[in-house]
Design a protein around this ligand. Structure first.
Ligand code: ADE
Ligand code: ZN
Length: 328
């Protein structure tokens, strides 16, 4: 049995970032929209570096303009997840892209996405849950609307609130209003840190926002004391090795710290981030973790149990997913 056949849990997946390029092209064609500088000649996404990636991401996303577009996207993404044996995933959703931060519009997008996710669960056996993210480079003032959208619509499907985008802009504490608003509404909390901002960014994020999970967090490896703090606090890292290597956060797979963090007792989980942008998928991540760090079935089972414990879903869902993880 190959490790790629194991059932998987993925906690860090940007919904628009998971859109297959053919899907975006099809919607653009239907709307007679010309996209500039999004695709390479071979049809894949094309960008030069991380900041350019963020711009291409937003340009590709600009063709998605209705709740129906987002419902179709959820269906397409769940089909990809099922293909790679993912039984449970959490996806980042952005009210900024879904109705411009207006709560009434966001409700319509969310209803369409929830219906599509429920349909995919019945048909494919993939359970999807949502985490609203504010986009850091849009600034603290604009983070309030997504937080209000999340607070107003949290429930069975919408489980968490987080922060994505350019980590080098603003400080975590600048987003406190949004995080307090979401936390008070009962949402779980995660935030991107330590992808680009170094160990300092992870420390600042822990201190200011006290998240249960950190998106990436891998640059914590630069600071041994911080690694111990993460292990002691039980903060869960949503590690995306293929994304980090593709974007050059670490030059090669052997240099990636995921195994060193795990050995130090940090709770690591595995995700793809924006799979078609980084030419990856969960099967490939598992194969490369096996190849470079010798991760076997036992380790993957432990990592998936960590992910299930850290999942933001309700307990009924967690129990149902546990059974699927055990292959029942
Ligand atoms: N938005 C989509 N992908 C992201 C990433 N890897 N880091 C920060 N923001 C993102
Ligand atoms: Zn991310």
């Amino acid at each position: 049995m190959s490790v790629s056949d194991l059932p998987k849990i993925e906690l860090h997946l940007h919904l628009e970032g998971a859109a297959p390029p053919d899907f975006i092209r099809r919607i653009a064609d239907e709307k007679k929209r010309r996209l500039h500088g999004v695709f390479a000649e071979d049809g894949s996404y094309s960008y030069r570096d991380f900041n350019h990636f963020l711009r291409v991401y937003e340009e590709a996303t600009s063709v998605l303009t209705t709740p129906q577009d987002y419902a179709r996207l959820v269906t397409a993404v769940c089909e990809e997840l099922a293909e790679h044996g993912v039984v449970y995933a959490e996806t980042f959703l952005s009210p900024d892209f879904c109705g411009g931060g207006d709560v009434a519009a966001w409700r319509e997008y969310l209803a369409a996405m929830t219906e599509a996710a429920d349909g995919a669960e019945a048909k494919l056996g993939v359970t999807l849950r949502g985490i609203v993210t504010a986009i850091r480079h849009f600034g603290p003032e604009r983070s309030k609307a997504p937080a209000i959208c999340a607070a107003e619509t949290q429930g069975r499907f919408l489980r968490g609130f987080g922060l994505a985008g350019d980590e080098l802009q603003f400080a975590p504490k600048d987003f406190l209003w949004a995080f307090d608003c979401a936390r008070e509404a009962g949402l779980h909390i995660t935030a991107h840190a330590g992808e680009w901002g170094g160990a300092r960014s992870v420390r600042d994020t822990l201190e200011a926002l006290n998240p249960e999970r950190i998106g990436h967090g891998v640059q914590a490896i630069e600071d041994p004391e911080l690694v111990d703090i993460l292990a002691e606090r039980g903060t869960v890292l949503e590690v995306c090795p293929g994304s980090n290597v593709f974007l050059g956060v670490f030059r090669t797979w052997p240099k990636h710290p995921v195994e060193r963090l795990r050995e130090k007792g940090v709770k690591v989980t595995i995700s793809t981030d924006d799979p078609p942008f980084f030419h990856t998928n969960m099967s490939r991540e598992y194969v490369l973790l096996n190849e470079h760090f010798g991760w076997d079935e036992e380790i993957f089972k432990e990592v998936n149990r960590t992910a299930l414990d850290a999942a933001f879903c309700d307990e009924e869902t967690r129990a149902a997913v546990a059974k699927r993880l055990e292959g029942e």
